[in-house]
Each structure stands twice: as structure tokens, then as C-alpha cells.
Design a protein around this ligand. Structure first.
Ligand code: NDP
Ligand code: MG
Ligand code: MG
Length: 341
């Protein structure tokens, strides 16, 4: 069983005694910077001069510098940039500002585990990875709560890396909820597997294929949307709150019987073997290499897939239906941007 650490296991004064550079001010960046500041820490934000995020950080009263200057001045450097640019920013802006005893942190293991960031030996490298999007990291903190996080140490040059990671987790509010010890390998591999096979790839392919099967058979797309996509949330909410048992308690006996007889036909032995293959390709670096090369090539395949998926019939039908359900606060999403209705 995993060990879980709480406020009492973390020394807030340790992180309050350091200067922290938060590199990036997006989903995670804004939440970490603001929570740490409100926890009494000395925070600077590192962003390029041309960054669109600068105004937002400054409007919050945060000090903003270039990533290179922020690193130079800081003891602890948390890299909260999209994973695919970690290598470039680390080599250009962060490495020159490192010195013995400083700490590099990330909120996901990908770049360290797959050797995109290789820090000097006299620097600590650790991870504090909140298990939620940044807006929730911030909102729960302001409500006096926190989101659970995972933490790990990759390199402990000072002998203090564990204490520091825990103190940082306390600064962002996560030890209020509990933080689990993991390793970079475990966090990276399970995170990639979960998003590919289950929560992002698996679920969206399941919804899309179910929708297409009904529409192909002549049923109305609007009905197919409700049955395969809209209701998904209601079911997932029940699982989230009370596990599969609570979900099955809440659905009809007919639905429960159908769950047992048909679920394993859809996610069958073939699907299980594919899941194992996907996991192997994550573990042996095949997926990481593919994603890194895809980025170096300017993302041709990624962008083509994004375009194709963005215009799928389920998106068009869904947008119309959601515009009639104002209570769910529909969002119109064009590829790459979001705008509230
Ligand atoms: P975002 O995409 O929200 O980060 C965007 C920030 O990075 C912005 O400040 C942006 O500036 C800046 N940025 C983008 N490109 C560059 C560049 N070339 N040079 C310098 N700055 C740049 O990232 P996330 O918060 O989603 O992710 C950050 C880290 O947290 C990742 O490691 C991720 O895996 C991890 N994580 C993310 C979670 C999430 O739910 N989002 C959950 C847990 C971990 P600008 O405004 O100028 O574009
Ligand atoms: Mg992920
Ligand atoms: Mg139904």
C-alpha cells in the first residue's frame, strides 16, 4: 500500500525559507504560484518577455522575470510548462542558472524520466504532481482544502529532497488532502497509460464508436449523443462518489445485467492484449520517442488528427444540443481555444 503524507509530515518553514521560481503561468503555474504566495512563500514567476501570461501574473501582484533570471535568483525551480518544451527551456534558460544545492521540480515525470531534463549531479530533482487541473488546485486551496498529489525524488544531492518536496506539497495545499509517495517511473508510466488506454483515449474511442454504431443503424444522431456521451458523466459521477458498487446500485437492474453480459464483449481479450502492448510501448520509450519526434517535426500527425476529430458529427450534434442545455454551462471549443457561451 502507498504511504500517504499529511500536513503534520511536512515542514512549511522549509519552503518558506526558499525563493521559488515558477516557470510558466498556465493551468498549473498560476495555481502553484498563488497558493505558495498565500502560504507565505517567496515566489517569482518566470516567463519570456513576449509571453501572453505575463499580464495575468502581474495583475495578481506577482513578480515576473524571464525564466533565466527567475532561475538565477531562486533556490527551487518548478517547471510548469507543456512537457514537450521542457528540454528546450531547460537547456537554454534554466541550466545556466543552476548551482549546487538548488532544486528542480516538475509536476509530471515525463521529461525527467525520458531524459529530456538531465540535471547536474549536485542539484536535487523531485516531483510534486497534483492530481487535478490547475484551476481546481487553486479553488480548493482558497476554500481551505487541497487536491491530492503524488510526489517523488529522482535525485537527492542535498539529503533534503524528500523534506523539500513534502514542504512544497504543503505550500500548494496538497498535504491537506494527502500526498502519495511514488517514483518518476511509476508516475510517468501510469499517467500515460491511464490517459491513453482509459480516461482520454479509451473513453473517447468508446463514446465515438458507440455513437457511430447507432447512427449507422439509422437512429437519430441526437438520441445517439444522449445515450453514448451525455449520460457518460452521470455514470462516471456515481463511480467517482461511490465506486462501481454505487453506480450499479443507482442504475436499473436491466442496465446492470447488460453491463455484465456486454461490457466484457466490448473490452475483450483483444482489448486487454492491446492495453498490454500500449503499456509496453510506454515502458520501453517507444511512445515517448514518437511524441518527442512528432514535436520536433512540427506536429504534422497530431494536428491532422486534431482537425479530423474536431469536425466529427458527434461534435456538431453535441454543440447544438448543449446550446439548449444552458444549465450545464456549455463551452464552444474550437481546436486550441475555448470560449464560454
Ligand atoms: P500549460 O499549457 O497550461 O502551460 C502554459 C504556460 O506555459 C503558459 O504560461 C505559457 O505561456 C507557457 N509557455 C508555453 N510555451 C512556452 C514556451 N515556448 N516558452 C516559455 N513558456 C511557454 O501547462 P500545464 O499547466 O497544463 O502543464 C504544466 C505541467 O504540469 C506539465 O508538466 C503537465 O504535465 C503538468 N500537469 C498538468 C496538469 C493539468 O491538468 N493541466 C495536471 C498535473 C500536472 P503563454 O501564455 O505565453 O503561452
Ligand atoms: Mg497526463
Ligand atoms: Mg439509457
Amino acid at each position: 500500500m502507498a504511504t500517504i503524507y499529511y500536513d503534520a509530515d511536512a515542514n512549511l518553514e522549509l519552503i518558506q525559507s526558499k525563493r521559488i521560481a515558477i516557470i510558466g503561468y498556465g493551468s498549473q503555474g498560476h495555481a502553484h504560484a498563488l497558493n505558495l504566495r498565500d502560504s507565505g512563500c517567496d515566489v517569482v514567476v518566470g516567463l519570456p518577455i513576449e509571453s501572453k501570461s505575463r499580464n495575468r501574473a502581474q495583475a495578481e501582484g506577482l513578480r515576473v522575470m524571464t525564466p533565466a533570471d527567475a532561475t538565477q535568483q531562486a533556490d527551487v525551480i518548478m517547471i510548469l510548462l507543456p512537457d514537450q518544451i521542457h528540454r528546450e527551456v531547460f537547456e537554454r534558460d534554466i541550466r545556466p542558472g543552476l548551482a549546487a544545492g538548488k532544486t528542480i521540480l516538475t509536476a509530471h515525470g515525463f521529461s525527467v524520466h525520458f531524459a529530456q531534463i538531465v540535471a547536474p549531479e549536485d542539484v536535487d530533482v523531485a516531483m510534486v504532481a497534483p492530481k487535478s487541473p490547475g484551476h481546481m488546485v487553486r479553488r480548493l486551496y482558497t476554500e481551505g482544502a487541497g487536491v491530492p498529489a503524488l510526489w517523488a525524488v529522482h535525485q537527492d544531492a542535498t539529503g533534503q529532497a524528500q523534506q523539500l518536496a513534502l514542504a512544497y506539497a504543503r505550500g500548494i495545499g496538497s498535504t491537506r488532502a494527502g500526498v502519495l509517495r511514488t517514483t518518476f517511473a511509476e508516475e510517468t508510466e501510469t499517467d500515460l497509460f491511464g490517459e491513453q488506454a482509459v480516461i482520454c483515449g479509451g473513453v473517447s474511442a468508446l463514446i465515438k464508436t458507440g455513437f457511430e454504431t447507432l447512427v449507422e443503424a439509422g437512429y437519430q444522431p441526437e438520441i445517439a449523443y444522449f445515450e453514448c456521451l451525455h449520460e457518460m458523466k452521470l455514470i462516471v459521477d456515481l463511480m467517482y462518489q461511490g465506486g462501481m458498487n454505487y453506480m450499479r446500485y443507482s442504475i436499473s437492474d436491466t442496465a446492470e445485467f447488460g453491463d455484465y453480459v456486454s461490457g466484457p464483449r466490448v473490452v475483450d481479450q483483444h482489448a486487454r492484449e492491446e492495453m498490454r502492448a500500449i503499456l509496453r510501448e510506454i515502458q520501453d520509450g517507444t511512445f515517448a520517442t514518437r511524441w518527442i519526434l512528432e514535436n520536433q517535426a512540427g506536429r504534422p500527425s497530431f494536428l491532422a488528427q486534431r482537425r479530423k476529430n474536431a469536425t466529427h458529427q458527434i461534435e456538431q450534434v453535441g454543440q447544438e444540443l448543449r446550446s439548449m442545455m444552458s444549465w450545464l454551462h456549455p463551452v464552444k471549443q474550437k481546436a486550441g481555444e475555448a470560449e464560454e457561451n
